[in-house]
Design a protein around this ligand. Structure first.
Ligand code: NAD
Length: 254
């Protein structure tokens, strides 16, 4: 913890890079841990092709979204730590693989959401081909729940009649235009990249730590299990993201 605090103090530009593990302390399960999403849903339900082809997959997906939003969740000390760094002028922002919006709720202003957001739904268009290329219509997720409550089990875009999906990136769906470039731009500005709560198994996101090292940044990994990048990190802290980052950032900014 002392080394982490020192690294945070010494760095002029700290960039965060977070995964599902940063939100487990807020009560949102990650994908791979026991009790995680993979143990309860078929991973193939997250494939864009199946979503497009099969109304029953869309119904299961809306059911999963309802489950996701059924319990109220709040940011934890890990989210607040990244917001505090930005608020103190020590960080230009945080890159996240998460879709839960908790970084914004904690006060982070610049959040690069690599995999989109579950807080909105979007039009996929009439003949989706892998890119998020619908008619451009988007709405808060509550729109879809209202349609489902009204008896529609497969809500359609009110503007063009196309399929509607959570504004998250499914397997087989391209990332939203510009997000990787924005994430890379942030990483290249970093003196210190703090990775928290990611198994670092999903590409291209997992390439960012190596890119940071190539650009001369230091790398810290805070995770409760091993990651494939532990050997190249300047510091690995094995623990819970909120319990580690909360006090370390408070100490570094005091
Ligand atoms: P992951 O599930 O692959 O890895 C999470 C990692 O965090 C694991 O190594 C786990 O051991 C660790 N972890 C869990 N709780 C922790 C804690 N409190 N402190 C420290 N480490 C902890 O998740 P990933 O790397 O983000 O990649 C998988 C995909 O999961 C991403 O695309 C993401 O969009 C998606 N996802 C997001 C959410 C969310 O938005 N909250 C939830 C589930 C999955």
């Amino acid at each position: 913890m002392d080394t982490l605090t020192d690294l945070l103090r010494e760095a002029a530009v700290v960039v965060g890079f977070t995964g599902a593990g940063v939100s487990t302390e807020s009560g949102i399960p990650d994908f791979r841990s026991p009790g995680g999403v993979w143990t309860r849903y078929d991973p193939r339900s997250f494939e864009l092709d199946r979503y497009v082809a099969d109304a029953s997959v869309r119904r299961e997906s809306w059911q999963m979204r309802r489950e996701f939003f059924a319990t109220s969740v709040a940011p934890n000390p890990a989210h607040r730590a990244f917001a505090a760094l930005e608020g103190a002028g020590r960080s230009p922002g945080v890159i996240t693989q998460n879709i839960d919006g908790l970084h914004q709720e904690a006060g982070s202003r610049r959040v690069v959401e690599l995999h989109g957001t579950a807080r909105e739904v979007m039009c996929l268009g009439e003949r989706p081909v892998g890119a998020p290329d619908g008619c451009g219509w988007r709405s808060p997720y509550t729109w879809a729940f209202e349609r489902l409550d009204a008896g529609e089990d497969d809500p359609r875009c009110p503007r063009c009649g196309g399929l509607v999906k959570s504004a998250t990136v499914s397997f087989g769906q391209q990332l939203f235009p510009g997000v990787v470039e924005e994430a890379v731009g942030l990483v290249e500005r970093a003196d210190l990249l703090v990775v928290a709560g990611s198994s670092l198994q999903v590409y291209p996101a997992a390439a960012l730590p190596l890119h940071a090292l190539d650009h001369g940044a230091r790398l810290v990994i805070v995770n409760d299990e091993e990651t494939p990048f532990d050997d190249v990190a300047d510091l690995v802290v094995r623990g819970r993201a909120g319990e580690v980052l909360g006090p370390a950032v408070t100490a570094a900014l005091s």
